[in-house]
Design a protein around this ligand. Structure first.
Ligand SMILES: NC(=O)C1=CN([C@@H]2O[C@H](COP(=O)(O)OP(=O)(O)OC[C@H]3O[C@@H](n4cnc5c(N)ncnc54)[C@H](OP(=O)(O)O)[C@@H]3O)[C@@H](O)[C@H]2O)C=CC1
Ligand SMILES: O=C(O)[C@@H]1CCC=N1
Length: 267
């Protein structure tokens, strides 16, 4: 990853909460210099203060990238303060759910290169996945620069059509929460069949982490990995008979609800 432009010209991070700090942690670990990062956030955490980044200080005149990571509801308050950087020289990257490229163009001007991105919180351990798409003035070099930065915290995929990003938000942006809830539900279910709460949580958490890592490392499909656990007429088959009757529909409704909410945030 070539971070020289970021280190030379600077990176501005607007909003450093859960998502902003997950990414910042990855960037600093990958060689972005703290002195090259300007963070704007009203209540900096103790961790943020310990990093050595420039906090709520005057901004550089010509940063390589402004990364916007405030809540969509705060956007109208926060973004106009950076309008002067919308002069075409600085690339804006937004991770805000719902906030459209069109909105950025209204505030910053259509000459501003803008890349809309949707990451997820496993970025904190460099295992995120981020989808990106750019506006018409975002060049191949801008996309490469954004991809290089976001690859510091996981995988990057490119989208042809901005509208797909709401579906990405419903699937992978929000998805870690679905998996964490599955850990909670599995642990409760373990208690239901007689295990102590701590043991049930340890087993559920390790099972989801182990299955995730196996899915990550194995060349086999998710379907085949499932089949590998399922002995004919065995225990897993009995469990899956219950789960598979309901989970596909439940998951479809879950992802749809999150996608619809992302669409609403964009209106
Ligand atoms: N969390 C997630 O899993 C994901 C989040 N996102 C997107 O990332 C964005 C941030 O989400 P998340 O990190 O969860 O939210 P957080 O609330 O944790 O972070 C937002 C940060 O912005 C700060 N802030 C508020 N107003 C301003 C302002 N005017 N200028 C600068 N900073 C400001 C907040 O400070 P304070 O709290 O003090 O108000 C907070 O630290 C959202 O747009 C969300 O859609 C995208 C993908 C995944
Ligand atoms: O819940 C949210 O709105 C944000 C966007 C994706 C994950 N968290």
């Amino acid at each position: 990853m070539d971070l020289s432009e970021v280190n030379a010209r600077g990176l501005v991070l607007l909003g450093c909460g859960k998502m902003g700090s997950a990414m910042l942690e990855g960037w600093l670990a990958q060689g972005v210099r703290a002195a090259s990062v300007w963070v704007q956030d009203p209540h900096p955490s103790a961790w943020l203060q310990s990093t050595g980044v420039q906090l709520n200080a005057g901004l550089p005149p010509d940063p390589a990238i402004v990364l916007v990571a405030v809540k969509p509801q705060m956007m109208a308050d926060a973004l106009p303060s950076l309008a002067a950087l919308g002069n075409g020289a600085t690339l804006f990257v937004s991770v805000a759910a719902g906030t459209t490229i069109g909105y950025y163009e209204q505030v910053l001007g259509a000459q501003t290169p803008i890349i809309r991105a949707m990451p997820n919180t496993p970025a904190a351990v460099a295992r995120g996945i981020t989808a990106i798409c750019g506006n018409p003035v975002a060049t191949a070099a801008h996309l490469d620069l954004a991809e290089a930065l976001l690859q510091a915290v996981g995988k990057v995929v490119r989208l042809e059509d901005e509208q797909q990003i709401d579906a990405v938000t419903g699937l992978s942006g929000s998805g870690p929460a679905y998996v964490f809830h599955m850990i909670e539900a599995m642990a409760k279910a373990g208690e239901g069949v007689g295990l102590a709460p701590d043991l049930a949580m340890e087993l559920a958490r390790a099972t989801v982490c182990g299955a995730g890592e196996l899915a990550h490392q194995s060349p086999e499909s998710a379907e085949q990995l499932r089949v590998n656990v399922t002995s004919p007429n065995g225990t897993t088959a009995a469990g899956l008979e219950v789960l598979m009757a309901q989970l596909p529909d439940l998951m479809a409704r879950t992802v749809k609800a999150a996608t619809t909410r992302a669409q609403e945030l964009g209106k």
